[in-house]
Design a protein around this ligand. Structure first.
Ligand SMILES: Cc1cc2nc3c(=O)[nH]c(=O)nc-3n(C[C@H](O)[C@H](O)[C@H](O)COP(=O)(O)O)c2cc1C
Ligand code: SF4
Length: 436
């Protein structure tokens, strides 16, 4: 299908309202659509008051963990005499996730505005947008928009005539998934190898260049101008289920589905209707079988479980998975789950930074064992070994990449054990080879 698609009547386009509209990319176009009013307002407010509006809105981080954004901002000690930094995480390398890319491609000024407000609210004069290296078009759009914003005095030494200095810079990554982990991102920005750091100290105490730093996802920051323009109550009212999950959310949909793409819905939207109505159901002649709803790092669920879910942080937790980044990966009944999960494990083994033994060895062994099973040489003991490995890989390492390898694999075995056992018993699957 063409992309971006025309908004479905049941979507709530807030962040995606101008996707597909090239005029919205320009400063003039953005301003005529209400752009930079929120920044102007923010610069006349006390930073703590901005933090409070964001707290009140219930906005939670869209990068994966769902941490409350206003609360995260309040960890920054204002007036401590140190340089503060805002990092915008635009690394977006989680398989199945491509929403930040579209925000940057179509509405770069929305992100710049969100970054400038966020920076001011945490006492920072500098914000860095760390962009996935392969995102050549979004980088160009951002750089063009930054030139315009600087030239117009929206950012710079006297942002919007406020007398306050706020600058925003783009930094291009080099294609490593691990550089999306917040402390690896900071190391990479500093010109070091992108290895995650041991926490504590947390970034709000010692982050970029050892200074207090806040890191937020693209979608999180792009939501902030809308919250300031429309008020915390407006944002909070966008909620169809749990009051702990508010606002609209972009879900990237890929895999075996009739209409892949990004869809923006209010938190708590029924997943069944999302899958069959907005996304058009499975490809002709197929049935949905399994779903990874929050990017590849979260547990797999069956279609039956998925159909009962309300799409918010709590709703996905109820069926044993997570909302994560909102990357919905769909498998139909023609797919072999062992093959798919072996492929995912290989991705994590490849992307491990190798600092922690449990992760370096665990992801590699998990891949080897899964590929052995797929090739018809597995044993029943292999399944037990995978669970043992996963236990040793979870909660014991510097970052959660290690956990992220175990979660889809063990949940997949628990839900689709019959497929693994069939391969072990010698019934080979007919679909394409691992890694193909
Ligand atoms: C291996 C790994 C990769 C990650 N990749 C990303 C990413 O590409 N984008 C992102 O926003 N967060 C990513 N995160 C989460 C970040 O560490 C961090 O929690 C997030 O940027 C915080 O922003 P938020 O509070 O707005 O969600 C990743 C985490 C891990 C462990
Ligand atoms: S868990 Fe894996 S990716 Fe994360 S720091 Fe340890 S070795 Fe590196």
């Amino acid at each position: 299908m063409g992309y971006p698609h025309k908004s479905h009547p049941r979507e709530t386009p807030v962040l995606s309202k101008h996707f597909g509209d090239p005029e919205a990319r320009t400063l003039e176009g953005w301003k005529s659509r209400g752009g930079y009013k929120a920044l102007q307002q923010a610069l006349s407010m006390d930073p703590v008051a901005i933090q409070n509006v964001v707290k009140e809105s219930g906005l939670r981080g869209r990068g994966g963990a769902g941490f409350p954004t206003g609360l995260k901002w309040s960890f920054m000690k204002l007036g401590d005499g140190k340089p503060h930094y805002l990092c915008c995480n635009a690394d977006e390398s989680e398989p199945g996730t491509f929403k930040d890319r579209e925000i940057m491609r179509w509405t770069p000024h929305a992100l710049i505005e969100g970054c400038a407000i966020g920076a001011y609210a945490i006492g920072a004069e500098t914000a860095y947008i760390y962009v996935r290296g392969e995102f050549t078009e979004p980088i160009k759009r951002l750089e063009d928009a930054l030139v315009e914003a600087r030239k117009a005095g929206i950012i710079g030494p006297n942002a919007m005539g406020s007398g306050k200095k706020i600058d925003v810079w783009v930094h291009r990554g080099a294609g490593a998934y691990i550089c999306g982990e917040e402390t690896a991102l900071m190391n990479s920005l500093e010109g070091k190898r992108g290895n995650p750091r041991i926490k504590p100290p947390f970034p709000a105490v010692s982050g970029l260049f050892g200074m207090p730093t806040t890191i937020n996802n693209v979608e999180t920051l792009a939501a902030v101008p809308h919250i300031l323009n429309n008020g915390a109550e407006w944002y909070k009212a966008m909620c169809l289920s749990s009051p702990k999950s508010t606002g609209s959310k972009l879900f990237s949909v890929c895999g075996n589905v009739a209409k892949p793409g990004n869809y923006e819905v209010v938190m708590g939207f029924p997943f069944k209707e999302f899958l069959y109505d907005l996304c058009g159901g499975p490809p002709p002649g197929r049935k949905f079988k399994a779903i990874i709803p929050g990017g590849s790092s979260v547990p797999v669920i069956t279609i039956e479980e998925a159909e009962s879910v309300k799409m918010d942080y709590e709703g996905f937790l109820e069926v044993g998975t997570m909302l994560g980044s909102g990357g919905v990966i769909i498998f139909d009944d023609a797919q072999s789950m062992p093959r798919q999960l072996a492929r995912l494990a290989r991705f994590y083994a490849h992307e491990s930074c190798a600092q922690c033994t449990q992760c370096r060895e665990g992801t590699a062994w998990m891949t080897k064992i899964l590929e052995r099973i797929v090739d018809g040489h597995g044993t029943f003991e292999d399944l037990d070994t995978i669970f043992e490995l996963s236990e040793n890989m979870t909660g014991k390492t510097i970052c959660v990449l290690s956990d992220s390898c175990g979660a889809p694999v063990t949940s997949g075995i628990n839900r689709f054990r019959g497929e693994f056992e069939a391969l072990i018993k010698g019934k080979r699957s007919s679909t394409v080879a691992v890694g193909a």
